[in-house]
Ligand binder design. Structure first.
Ligand SMILES: [Zn+2]
Ligand SMILES: [Zn+2]
Ligand SMILES: [Zn+2]
Ligand SMILES: [Zn+2]
Length: 276
């Protein structure tokens, strides 16, 4: 992979060559030279990974007396003993490597994203990036795109047939904040049915990017005069619908309250006003 790493290299090349004694001037000249000329270099990214767990190094980075590196998560796991030379590791920071990492920015690989991110934060950014890929939730459809494109794809590709098959649903009601609508779920179809009952959860197809809207939801299920209510503070964001049992953020309707093939649930989704 090719990155713009020349800022560092360029400074090193000119360090001893200035003949002025004014240190702030030297600094300024160095800055100027680096800003003028950014060169590309080939770098092996492995040098920026922890040699023990192979994850990207993030400060604080530690070194033993022989200069072997380890990340802050590995040190306690190694009982602060360097695996390469057995000298203690975990007290001495490697500030030079921390500084190098601070200065390396890599473009996000998601199509459409123009952000440059610190090497250590790249994988976290790409997971949350608003351009990261999400999968269309309609069963059988293999379409994958950014969450905004998924919405358009659904609107133009599936909307008509989706609502034709679900006459009780009107998207006008579903997507108006706070409006209640009835979800008719075929229990034998895509619900999370288990021996103990049915798991019902509302998720939003989007990455956890701070730029995407946040929602809360309420569910209520009435049968034989009894009503179960579930209030969720936050709609969970997912990038792909999974058929696994949810670990959190769900309403469990016990087997004893299930009747027939369909489950009618009253739902309402609200936009959360973010407090800045
Ligand atoms: Zn590590
Ligand atoms: Zn060592
Ligand atoms: Zn990005
Ligand atoms: Zn689709």
């Amino acid at each position: 992979m090719q990155i713009k790493s020349a800022r560092l290299k360029h400074i090193a090349m000119h360090c001893g060559s200035s003949n002025t004694n004014d240190s702030s001037n030297i600094h300024l000249q160095k800055r100027q030279r680096t800003d003028d000329k950014i060169r590309s270099a080939m770098l092996d990214f492995e040098v920026f990974d922890c040699p023990i767990c192979f994850e990207p190094l993030i400060a604080p980075i530690f070194q033993c007396d022989n200069g072997h590196l380890a990340c802050s998560l590995c040190c306690p796991k190694l009982r602060n003993k360097c695996p390469f030379c057995t000298l203690p590791i975990g007290n001495k920071r490697c500030r030079a490597m921390e500084k190098v990492l601070e200065s390396i920015f890599i473009p996000c690989s998601m199509l459409g994203c123009t952000k440059n991110v610190c090497y250590g934060e790249l994988s976290a950014h790409e997971k949350d990036c608003k351009f990261s890929l999400c999968a269309c939730p309609v069963p059988g459809c293999k379409y994958i795109a950014s969450y905004k494109d998924i919405y358009d794809h659904f609107t133009f590709g599936h909307r008509e047939s989706y609502y034709r098959e679900r006459p009780m649903l009107r998207d006008r009601d579903m997507f108006t904040s706070g409006n209640s609508f009835i979800l008719e779920l075929n229990i034998n179809d895509k619900c999370f049915r288990e021996l103990c009952g049915v798991y019902v959860s509302v998720c939003c197809i989007a990455p956890s990017s701070s730029e995407a809207k946040e929602f809360s939801y309420d569910l209520s299920y009435t049968i034989g005069g009894q009503t179960m209510i579930y209030k969720s503070l936050k709609v969970k964001r997912i990038r792909k619908v999974s058929l696994q049992i949810p670990h959190d953020n769900f309403m469990l309707i016990p087997q004893s309250l299930l009747h027939g093939e369909f489950l009618n649930i009253e739902a309402s989704i609200k936009t959360i006003n973010k407090v800045q």
